[in-house]
Write a protein that binds this ligand. Structure first.
Ligand SMILES: [Zn+2]
Length: 171
């Protein structure tokens, strides 16, 4: 595997070798620049896999249940955009930090907004924290790039995955 530490998420009952290996090689083909803003929907479309399973594999790779807080493979980030001008307001690394109060963006004409009331404007990306281990005889599968919109906080499937993981309901 290009990221040997992913081996551990295979123990999750919804995972299997095929899916985790596909995820492993997809992650390895992402360029340095793009690897700070990985979109789960790209993986799901380019690999043609089930949406919930695709979201879950990202959640698991970033989860403290499988890795210690300092050692996950992926880090989740929430990019909050202003619902008026659509410019980026702020980036958060913990969803508990997303304000549930009114804040103002830098554009003067914009009204204040409450980020928690605009989940559709909270884009979720993942950052890859490690480089792949590539041996000379590895033939990387290249995935065809597809244009997809980002995952947002309004996505119920993803919310379910994350909540369950955090509450340790035995996913
Ligand atoms: Zn604005």
């Amino acid at each position: 595997m290009y990221f040997p530490k992913l081996e551990i998420i295979k123990t999750n009952k919804y995972m299997n070798d095929y899916l985790v290996n596909k995820f492993d090689s997809w992650l390895a083909t992402q360029s340095e620049m793009y690897s700070d803003y990985l979109n789960p929907f790209s993986f799901i479309q380019e690999s043609n896999i089930d949406k919930k399973l695709g979201l879950l594999v990202f959640a698991l790779a970033a989860s403290e249940e499988y890795f210690t807080a300092t050692d996950p493979l992926l880090k989740i980030k929430y990019l909050v955009d202003c619902p008026n001008c659509l410019n980026n307001y702020k980036t958060y690394f913990d969803r508990k930090e997303i304000p549930n109060t009114y804040v103002g963006c830098e554009t003067e004409e914009c009204d204040d907004f409450n980020p928690s009331q605009h989940p559709e404007r909270i884009n979720i990306f993942f950052e890859r924290l490690e480089k792949p281990i590539i041996k000379d005889d590895d033939a990387l599968q290249i995935y065809e790039k597809v244009d997809v919109s980002p995952l947002t906080y309004a996505d119920e499937d993803f919310e379910k995955c994350m909540w369950k993981l955090e509450e340790k309901k035995g996913l």
